[in-house]
Write a protein that binds this ligand. Structure first.
Ligand code: PEP
Ligand code: MN
Length: 346
């Protein structure tokens, strides 16, 4: 349920509404729009509440929210959320490209990649130190020493860094190094982990679960938002279907749907969605054409030798080519590609 206040209502009137909501054991959530103040009611609402609140002075109307997710919904929060990380903004007019290897393998590998993706226009550096792998015998990441290499590369190239955190026990450690905490597809419904990253003040990139529908994904985001962390970025990374040509099936339609039903920024990861390097660029272009606020792209100096996800990793040359192809697509959407020089704060 949301309470839309009249334009120009007084602070007193707003306080009376929030107090009434609290008095009945529910939680008010104020959102300041350009014209209206909107007060969301969180908790188990009952139909009679609508009449009670509608009678209060300053209230224009009370609208029931039918969706189970509240804080993540556009109804609760009509204006776009813009996540800001050290001068990089996600969810505004500029399209942000996050790039780097699947896994941090060595200082040389990461430094070379960081410099190459930055030169091509990426503004966020990615790299996994705690890797969720299908088989326990595959390379599972360098752990904290990988985080140190990532932090060093981010510092040297002046790019914010994003990396995955897999366990609630590691959140404090990963948050010491990372600028953005990534929740992987396999952990989208690890509710204890969602609570834990929700308690940090760090932006969180929430990937869509392998078999999750959009509503389940937004409810996972709701866990993070409900802990008081408003900086959530969604990432479409493909879902399981019967198709075997691709690793997953990228749900392009999820992008405009999220834009319609949620205020949270949405980016796309065509690397994990396709599993094949030659499909990454076409899908990246399609995602931007569909309205994505950014991309997450795996890049490796030598994909054939990569310890993780080589077949879907772009070479430096292919990444540069993709970045140039993105420019006209972004322009066609009246947007532009974020460039590193414009983004980094002095
Ligand atoms: C990754 O980004 O390296 C990753 C493991 O992605 P996902 O969780 O989407 O599979
Ligand atoms: Mn990967």
């Amino acid at each position: 349920m949301i309470v839309v206040m009249r334009t120009g209502c007084s602070q007193d009137e707003i306080s009376r509404v929030t107090k009434r909501i609290e008095d009945i054991g529910l939680k008010p959530h104020i959102s300041q729009g350009i014209e209206h103040t909107v007060i969301g009611v969180l908790g188990q609402v009952f139909p009679e509440l609508r009449d009670t609140l509608e009678l209060l002075p300053g209230v224009e109307q009370v609208i029931p929210v039918t969706k189970p997710y509240k804080l993540a919904s556009r109804e609760f929060h009509p204006q776009d959320t813009i996540v800001e990380i050290n001068g990089v903004t996600i969810g505004d007019n500029e399209i942000v490209v996050m790039a780097g290897p699947c896994a941090i393998e060595s200082e040389e590998q990461l430094m070379a990649t960081a410099h190459a993706v930055k030169a091509a226009g990426a503004t966020v550096l990615r790299g996994g130190a705690f890797k969720p792998r299908t088989s326990p015998y595959q390379f599972r990441g360098l752990g904290e020493s990988g985080l140190k290499i990532l932090a060093q590369a981010g510092k040297e190239t002046q790019m914010p860094i994003i990396t995955e955190v897999m366990s609630p026990n590691d959140v404090a450690l990963v948050a010491q190094y990372a600028d953005i905490l990534q929740i992987g597809a396999r952990n989208m419904q690890n509710f204890v982990l969602l609570d834990e990253v929700g308690r940090t003040k760090k932006p969180v990139l929430l990937k869509r679960g392998l078999s999750s529908n959009i509503q389940e994904w937004l409810l996972a985001a709701e866990y993070i938002l409900a802990q008081g962390n408003a900086q959530v970025i969604l990432c479409e990374r493909g879902i399981r279907t019967f198709e075997t040509y691709t690793r997953n099936t990228m749900d392009i339609s999820a992008i405009p749907i999220i834009e319609k039903v949620s205020h949270l920024p949405i980016i796309a990861d065509p690397s994990h969605a396709t599993g094949k390097w030659y499909l990454v660029s076409p899908l990246a272009l399609a995602a931007v054409a569909a309205g994505a606020d950014g991309l997450l792209i795996e890049v490796h100096p030598n994909p054939d030798m990569a310890l993780a996800d080589g077949p879907q990793s772009l070479t430096f040359d292919n990444f540069r080519l993709l970045m140039s192809q993105l420019v006209p697509v972004a322009e066609a959407k009246n947007r532009k590609l974020a460039t590193s020089s414009a983004r980094i704060k002095p």
